[in-house]
Write a protein that binds this ligand. Structure first.
Ligand code: CTP
Length: 415
């Protein structure tokens, strides 16, 4: 089980919204990880998905009422025994009742007895999400120690689009796993911060059908974007080639191909950012010329490929800060994927790279032999320009993202 999570008790509360059907996949995520899942729908949730579906998926009985199974005192026991509560979809009404401390059904009663991390995943129409009453309830729930996810933007139930879409089930599962491992709320400590993140690999064209690329999956950069957005940041993710299936909720995504595209996007956007994180795997070289037509095999065997050096984007951003183009307050974070060699170990190379690049924080990962690239887990160190070195123990890339952002949040400055 990822992050060494043993079998845990997870309470999934389902609110009465059309997105209730998506929660079936969230329940499956937790049962497949080996957890004991109890589902408590509200009465109106059962108008969207039947109790039999929740019982079949969770393998546990389902009830909505405080007065069912009174002998088992379910309204106290289920919340008290839970290691994590996930409420999805968290409707405006359900959050209002939870914020007020009501206990008029089994779900809200259970919320009052839960002492574990509680994750509300809202889904509603944009007007309802943006209403001051909902905003106040969300603030109250956060003040009470709950994590309230920021919904995605996009197509809602009808023809309308906007903020208020339930994040994808895989994303809810990842956030739930993160809270289980942290055993605490996700801090809302990047509220209002503008965070610019690059992710994935660049592709350097050879001809219209071929390119030079790398094995980057983009998972670490996407995890950083996802967690930063859920910590309140306005996130722009500049994404190269990735093997991630979907875009993180509440993140603006810009797609690029080559290192020079990436350099342009990062330079243009960095001046408006409080934090810049270069998690992309940038090709150091590109073919000098891009053939206009597909290169033919021919009779002569392969022609050599002549290469030119790409700009060092990270070093360029640090230089732009020195030149005053980017505010001096902007925190710049680099990554280093290293293997040890005859000249030194992974950390020695990381320390040298931090000095060479001049960034504020450098995340060092050991790569090779199947580590880091494309895997779900990661480990490493965070080095600071002040000489501090923090080990990042082995864990999911979401957990790693959260730890990196703990460090970022502690150094982020006001401009
Ligand atoms: N990087 C960059 N521009 C490049 C190459 C790398 O901005 N042309 C960034 C990466 O996004 C990462 C950091 O620099 O944040 C380190 O990348 P890495 O590939 O480990 O370092 P290199 O500069 O390529 O150094 P070397 O090849 O000597 O290890």
């Amino acid at each position: 089980m990822s992050d060494g999570l043993a079998r845990r008790r997870i309470l999934v509360g389902v609110g009465g919204g059309i997105a209730a059907y998506k929660v079936c996949s969230v329940i499956r995520h937790f049962t497949e990880a080996g957890h004991d899942v109890r589902v408590i729908p509200t009465r109106s949730a059962l108008r969207f998905v039947g109790a039999a579906t929740f019982e079949a998926l969770s393998g546990n009985p389902v009830t909505t009422e405080v007065f069912d199974d009174v002998d088992e005192v379910a309204h106290v026991a289920l919340g008290r025994e839970a290691d994590l509560v996930v409420i999805a979809p968290a409707t405006a009404d359900l959050m209002a009742r939870a914020a007020a401390g009501r206990a008029d059904d089994l779900l809200t009663a259970s919320l009052l007895t839960a002492r574990c991390p509680v994750l509300f995943v809202p889904a509603m129409h944009t007007e309802m999400w943006e209403h001051p009453a909902t905003e106040a309830n969300v603030a109250t729930l956060r003040a009470h120690g709950a994590t309230v996810a920021t919904p995605a933007s996009g197509r809602l139930t009808g023809a309308d689009t906007g903020a208020g879409r339930l994040p994808e089930p895989t994303e809810i599962g990842l956030l739930g796993d993160l809270l289980l491992t942290r055993a605490d709320a996700l801090p809302y400590d990047l509220a209002g911060r503008r965070v610019l993140i690059s992710a994935g690999g660049t592709r350097e064209a050879l001809d219209p059908v071929r390119y030079l690329g790398n094995h980057s999956s983009g998972k670490q950069g996407y995890a950083l974007a996802r967690v930063a957005a859920q910590r309140g940041a306005h996130v722009t993710l500049v994404s190269g080639a990735v093997s991630e299936p979907g875009e993180p909720a509440a993140v603006d995504v810009v797609h690029i191909d080559s290192a020079r595209d990436l350099a342009r996007e990062m330079q243009e956007r960095a001046a408006a950012a409080d934090v810049v994180i270069m998690a992309a795997a940038v090709a150091d070289f590109r073919p000098t010329a891009v053939a206009g037509a597909k290169i033919k095999k021919g009779d002569q065997g392969p022609a050599p490929i002549e290469l030119a050096t790409n700009p060092d984007i990270l070093a360029g951003l640090v230089q732009a800060r020195r030149d005053g183009v980017i505010p001096v307050s902007t925190v710049i974070v680099g990554f280093a994927a290293e293997t040890g060699d005859a000249d030194g170990g992974v950390l020695d190379h990381g320390r040298a790279k931090l000095r060479r690049k001049g960034c504020d924080l450098l995340v060092v990962n050991a790569v090779g032999e199947g580590r880091a690239f494309g895997t779900e887990d990661n480990a490493g160190w965070i080095l600071t320009s002040e000489g501090a070195e923090t080990a990042l123990p082995f864990g999911s890339k979401t957990l790693m993202a959260s730890r990196i952002l703990d460090e970022v949040a502690s150094v982020v400055r006001d401009s």
